[in-house]
Design a protein around this ligand. Structure first.
Ligand SMILES: N[C@@H](CCC(=O)N[C@@H](CS)C(=O)NCC(=O)O)C(=O)O
Length: 201
């Protein structure tokens, strides 16, 4: 499998952590994308020109990290990381979507700050997305306090990848403050070999 990737993308990290936990890491050949000069192979794989994008061994082009995660889970017995059906599956997908929302709002802010000249940045946009991240973190704090992040799953992998991105790009926002249960949970989670192996340098 070929994965078009960027080492700092939280979506990519989620895919890589999942692959590692499923024992599929060795089957992935990762190619870094240069967004300034994207290769023809990358553009052909993902018309949206976003990472992650995966080319399967039989040539199928997959875009969007939730789809790629589904594919990876189907390549193994899933290791119990996402139940096949039922309320537990919905709960895990819902938690994973919350983490995905944190990534979306954090990446959106990061792009606004890094890609636009200061005079074109919209403070209202930044504040709105910062607020979404804060609210979602509060919901995760509640879940952590209730023990709902105790088991390794697609959801906890997604949450860990989102929190790792906040540490990378928004360290000054100090997401751990006032969220002791989530901070304690992440302190353990980030020690997993899958997390240390994929930590952006
Ligand atoms: N919904 C997508 C989001 C992917 C995404 O936005 N990736 C960013 C990197 S963090 C990207 O490739 N941005 C380049 C662009 O938007 O042109 C997913 O879950 O994979």
């Amino acid at each position: 499998m070929k994965l078009f990737y960027s080492p700092t993308s939280p979506y990519v990290r989620k895919v890589l952590v999942l692959a590692h936990e499923l024992g599929l890491g060795d089957r992935i050949d990762a190619e870094t994308v240069d967004f300034a000069q994207p290769s023809e192979a990358f553009k052909a794989t993902n018309p949206l020109a976003k990472v992650p994008a995966l080319v399967t061994d039989d040539g199928q082009c997959l875009v969007d990290s939730p789809v790629i995660c589904e594919y990876l889970l189907a390549q193994s017995d899933g290791h119990g990381l996402l139940p096949a059906a039922g309320p537990e599956r919905i709960e895990i997908l819902n938690q994973a979507a919350l983490a995905q929302g944190i990534m979306d709002s954090a990446v959106g802010q990061s792009m606004e700050k890094r890609a636009r000249p200061k005079e074109f940045q919209f403070d209202g946009y930044l504040a709105k997305h910062k607020g979404k991240v804060e609210s979602a973190l509060d919901a995760l704090e509640q879940m952590a306090a209730e023990g709902k992040l105790a088991q390794l799953s697609l959801a906890t992998i997604s949450v860990g990848s989102a929190l790792g991105y906040l540490d990378l790009r928004f360290a000054d926002d100090a997401w751990r403050e006032g969220r002791p249960a989530l901070a304690a949970w992440y302190a353990g989670f980030e020690q997993r070999p899958s997390m240390t192996a994929t930590k952006p340098g």
